[in-house]
Design a protein around this ligand. Structure first.
Ligand code: ADP
Ligand code: MG
Length: 599
């Protein structure tokens, strides 16, 4: 889909100034890392190197656990895999020996492939079961390392790779690992602040809404597992060299726990938090030698304290902005007139048609022979008592349910059942009866998620922060800010969405849906929970959206709103059409008046 070109609101230098406050903590950590060699001894070189290596792994795992929300607790498996791949390649056990700087990228590729293998069960398995599957994989890798003696040395082990000068001294190697850790931070931050990072969080906290905006869960997860697997395997190669000699025993479950807890105490959806978490967990057992044996115990205690005292982790502690109180008497004042500058006018032409749609849940006939037409630039009202099949109708149109009978067409094309993630690309956007908003993301990010499929930069371009990625970001942010102005929420753009009122969430959802410049907009009870004034403003907004050529299907209980703005109305009762016609016809329909309007 093409989108309007929006001029960036800020010039480059001031955009840099905007990210500077976020950058400062990372620069401080980096500065400390650079100074460390001048103020300490080789013992700290070892600890610092270890923290850097762990972070290379955790920076990728953080995207899986903290952003995508998948409990991959067995990630030590990919560290093991990377360590053995690098060591075996450098030792020349299976083929002619490879220099270490060539072995690391090969290990990264192997890690990426197995990252997907370990990760794919996440598409089908829920939380706990997925966690167990990653643990199972960790056991398998260790067992193979033990059994495949000719290559891995079995229980006796194998020498880790040696790096050439200047990386063959303690501090030389330290700088190498710090450098790679910095690159990992940069990569993972680029992804986190791209449409891909936002899509991961959307899939985690509002999967249904994410799919409705066209986000493909399998593609997103595969991309992220490739990246996390590659980073973990590179960390493995570095780890093997640091250990100088590896046996399967070196890769204990404790390590996996460390990685995982570093992210939990860091706070999900943050990069700085897990970075600090990794550093803390690496240093903690070293501070007092007797504590080393207690490291697992310490991690567990720390985790309990964090979960109980600051559930949001270190990141929540450092989130000063969201502690400022919001004004309590906020009014939502949409400015529909501004729509023209932001949402492309639809050429129209295509009508969304349902014919004889039927769907049952067990014995319940949720919808039974439904005919419905949503014309471009028109508002079609869908009303009926609770349980009459209104939401189910929207779910069939947006592909969550496959109808058992009937046909759905968009113009001359059939609209295939199922596949909700493909609806956005066909120009169909929607809101939900219960708003599905990502509470931990800002209002602006929530709206930007609506435009995920409008971005042009690939995952790799985002990862490397290439110009097309920046253009996407500027375009999405400018459009989202514009739409927040349209729905009257621009002053709350940077606030966490879970701090907003219910009525405000409804308007966020409308702004998010408009990011797609939709041909059709399905609204499920948008006026529920709104004040009378807000409903009037909502009516004006819906009419303005419609005037841009978008066809609106409006499910509503507020009869006044329906009769005020709908061109056509369909009344459902127990899944069947009770009446259909213009507002005037429905208002005077005997059965409707007695059964539903009750006047
Ligand atoms: P409305 O939105 O008009 O209030 P719905 O479309 O949500 O009604 O529901 C229509 C009927 O289908 C109700 O009887 C409801 O209980 C049933 N129903 C809806 N979704 C499901 C589901 N996922 N599983 C079983 N029954 C469902
Ligand atoms: Mg409903």
């Amino acid at each position: 889909m093409t989108s309007v070109t929006v001029t960036p609101p800020r010039s480059e230098p001031s955009a840099f100034r905007a990210v500077l406050p976020q950058l400062v903590p990372f620069l401080c950590v980096f500065a400390v890392a650079m100074i460390l060699p001048f103020v300490s001894n080789d013992y700290w070189a070892l600890i610092g190197t270890r923290a850097a290596i762990y972070w290379v792994l955790v920076s990728g795992l953080n995207l899986v656990v903290g952003f995508a929300g998948h409990l991959a607790i067995g990630y030590v498996a990919l560290l093991t895999l990377g360590a053995y791949t690098t060591s075996v390649l450098v030792a020349g056990n299976v083929m002619p020996a490879v220099p270490v700087f060539a072995a690391l990228p090969i290990a990264a590729v192997v890690g990426a492939v197995f990252g997907v293998v370990v990760g794919l069960p996440a598409l089908r398995l829920r939380t706990f079961y997925f966690a167990m599957s990653t643990l199972g994989f960790a056991t398998i890798v260790t067992q193979i390392a033990l059994a495949w003696q000719s290559v891995t040395g079995g229980g006796i082990g194998i020498a880790g790779p040696e790096f050439p000068a200047p990386f063959n001294t303690a501090w030389g190697y330290y700088y190498l690992c710090i450098g790679l850790a910095a690159v990992s931070t940069w990569i993972s931050a680029n992804i986190a602040h791209s449409r891909f990072g936002r899509a991961l969080v959307a899939l985690r906290d509002a999967e249904v809404a994410a799919e409705a905006t066209g986000i493909s869960k399998p593609r997103m997860l595969i991309a992220i597992f490739l990246l996390a697997g590659a980073l973990a395997a590179i960390a493995g190669g570095l780890f093997a060299s640091l250990q100088t000699y590896i046996t399967p025993d070196a890769f204990t479950f404790d390590l996996s726990v460390l990685f995982f807890i570093a992210i939990l105490i860091g706070g999900r959806g943050s990069i700085l938090g897990p970075l600090l978490g990794t550093i803390i967990l690496t240093i903690l057992p070293e501070l007092a030698a007797p504590l080393a044996a207690w490291s697992t115990f310490l991690y567990a205690v720390l985790l309990l304290v964090i979960v109980l005292v600051i559930p949001g982790g270190i990141a929540a502690l450092l989130d000063f902005r969201n502690r400022r109180p919001l004004p309590s008497n906020r009014a939502i004042l949409p400015r529909p007139a501004a729509l023209g500058d932001i949402v492309r006018k639809r050429a129209g032409g295509k009508t969304l048609s349902l014919r004889g749609i039927a769907l049952s849940f067990g014995n319940v006939r949720a919808i039974d022979g439904l005919d419905l037409d949503v014309a471009p630039g028109r508002i079609h009202g869908l009303i009926g008592p609770n349980g009459s099949g209104k939401t189910t109708t929207l779910n069939v149109i947006s592909g969550y349910y496959a109808a058992k009978g009937g046909t759905m067409t968009l113009g001359d094309d059939a609209l295939p059942p199922g596949m909700p993630a493909l609806r956005a690309a066909r120009g169909i956007a929607r809101t939900f009866q219960t708003p599905r908003v990502i509470g931990e993301a800002s209002v602006l990010q929530n709206v930007m998620i609506g435009g995920t499929i409008e971005g042009e930069a690939s995952f790799v371009e985002a990862l490397l922060s290439l110009p097309r990625h920046h253009r996407d970001e500027r375009m999405l942010a400018a459009k989202a800010r514009g739409l927040l102005g349209v729905v009257g929420l621009e002053t709350l753009a940077d606030v966490r969405a879970d701090r907003l009122q219910h009525s405000e969430l409804r308007f966020i959802e409308i702004a998010r849906a408009l990011m797609l410049d939709p041909d059709f907009l399905l609204l499920d009870e948008p006026a529920a929970g709104l004040s009378a004034d807000e409903i009037d403003r909502l009516a004006a907004l819906i009419k303005a959206i419609c005037a841009r050529g978008t066809g609106v299907l409006l499910v509503e209980h507020h009869a006044d709103l329906i009769f005020a703005i709908c061109d056509q109305i369909t009344v459902l009762n127990l899944g069947r059409i009770l009446a259909a016609g213009t507002a005037a016809e429905i208002r005077s329909h005997k059965e409707v008046v007695s059964a539903y309007l009750g006047a």
